[in-house]
Design a protein around this ligand. Structure first.
Ligand code: GLV
Ligand code: MN
Ligand code: MN
Ligand code: MN
Length: 409
């Protein structure tokens, strides 16, 4: 497959859920999990692979696999990422990795068919369900269920804000399968960096060695509903004022930590009843805290709990949360990806990922390799997200060369 074909396919994939008309200067996607746009994007990718001899089947949590079985019953090298997106997202986050996986797998299958490559394992491409955690919380839902970190019945029962369950949403797009999917004995993912390290270093390939620890949690602030005009300040219990204090607490915790040691944000707020002239009775919000080690995150969580307990006028609570720990990725895989980068003439750099990826879920169970390409100005989760086309193509070459090495042994 030619470089032009990859970039043309990427343009076509970016049409599913496009946020602006063709020709607009800035054009992202809104392709949240199990929406018609997501379903159409996965159908388009799967049809392409089916046309190249891959068998397409969703598993019981809606991960969509396209597999080729040369060795009956043997485990597979799985290549993939996610086609779902944040509400106003860039076109590359996840989708680039799935399309690159499809191109690499097609090329490698042709090499096997031509007798140029003798595989020791089978091959599959996957679109993991609901990586983003935008429609259904938590993120990494499909990959975490695949590895067993999340129980299937719990995952299927999770509801979006409209009360639609994962099971019903998957049924609605025809993607609720009954099997477990191919058994992965190696997992390989290509993704945009979403930060600035590679760009600052002037390097086109990142090889991920570990992830940051992260805690994601929901907070509920309880106040009393009242009239904004008629209720004296002394009589108010304003849930939004309490929530605002907690949002600032998180920012201050991050700002006061040593540089590069802590990130903390609130990404979504729900205000009840969310009406003008009404003092809010309740606010729910989703927060995340990230740091290089579990200890930094746990300490920040304890300080956040103190701030919750110190609130006046309102009360607040948060769900118990398990900190996702940092994990070293497969050292042999890091070396392999570096060799593959050198083989195709790309410069590479080792780095940690602060963003969450399906690869991190997989790495708990399966030897996993995660490769990055630079993000222009580090912009991501933003319609303006972009990567130099030469870097996009270099990533596909490194992915293919790494996958070839993994298929050989
Ligand atoms: C998801 O993208 C995350 O970084 O948690
Ligand atoms: Mn992603
Ligand atoms: Mn994302
Ligand atoms: Mn992510």
């Amino acid at each position: 497959m030619t470089p032009d074909a990859f970039l043309a396919d990427l343009d076509q994939l970016s049409e599913f859920g496009a946020t602006a008309p063709a020709g607009a200067a800035v054009r992202g996607v809104d392709r949240q999990a199990a929406t018609p746009e997501h379903a159409a994007a996965r159908r388009w990718v799967a049809d392409g692979l089916a046309g190249n001899g891959f068998g397409v089947e969703p598993d019981r949590i809606g991960n969509l696999f396209a597999s080729i079985e040369w060795l009956p019953g043997a485990p597979a090298l799985v290549l993939g990422s996610h086609l779902d997106s944040q509400p106003a997202a860039g076109r590359l986050d996840g989708a680039y990795g799935v399309l690159a996986a499809a191109h690499a797998a097609t090329r490698l299958a042709a090499e096997v068919a031509a007798g140029e490559l003798t595989p020791v394992r089978n091959l599959a491409v996957v679109d993991w369900f609901n990586e983003e955690g935008a429609r259904f919380t938590p993120s990494l839902l499909g990959s975490s269920t695949y590895t067993g970190a999340l129980a299937l019945t719990d995952a299927l029962a999770i509801e979006d804000l409209a009360g639609v369950s994962v099971a019903d949403a998957l049924r609605g797009i025809g993607c609720l399968g009954s099997g477990g999917g191919p058994v992965a004995d190696r997992y390989l993912e290509l993704h945009i960096e979403q930060g600035r390290e590679l760009e600052n270093a002037g390097v086109e390939i990142g090889v991920v060695t570990r992830n940051w620890a992260v805690a994601k949690f929901t907070v509920v602030v309880h106040g009393d509903q009242a009239h904004t005009g008629a209720t004296a300040l002394a009589d108010r219990h304003d849930a939004l004022v309490g929530a605002a204090r907690l949002v600032l607490t998180l920012r201050e915790l991050a700002a006061e930590a040593p540089p590069g040691q802590l990130l903390a944000s609130v990404g979504r707020l729900r205000v009840f009843p969310n009406s003008p002239v009404v003092v809010p009775a309740r606010v729910e919000f989703e927060a995340d805290i990230r740091g290089p080690e579990t200890e930094q995150v746990s300490r920040a969580l304890r300080e956040f709990d103190t701030a919750m307990a110190d609130l006046t006028e309102v009360t607040a609570e948060r769900a118990r949360v398990k900190v996702r720990p940092p994990r070293e990725l497969w050292p042999d895989g890091v070396a392999l990806a570096e060799k593959a980068a050198a083989e195709v003439g790309a410069r590479s750099l080792r780095l940690a990922t602060r963003a969450g990826h399906d690869a991190i879920a997989l790495s708990a169970r399966v030897p996993t390799v995660l490769i990055f390409v630079p993000s222009r100005d580090g912009i991501s989760h933003n319609v303006a997200e972009d990567t130099d086309p030469d870097h996009l193509l270099a990533g596909v070459e490194v992915l293919t060369a790494t996958a070839r090495r993994l298929l050989r042994g």
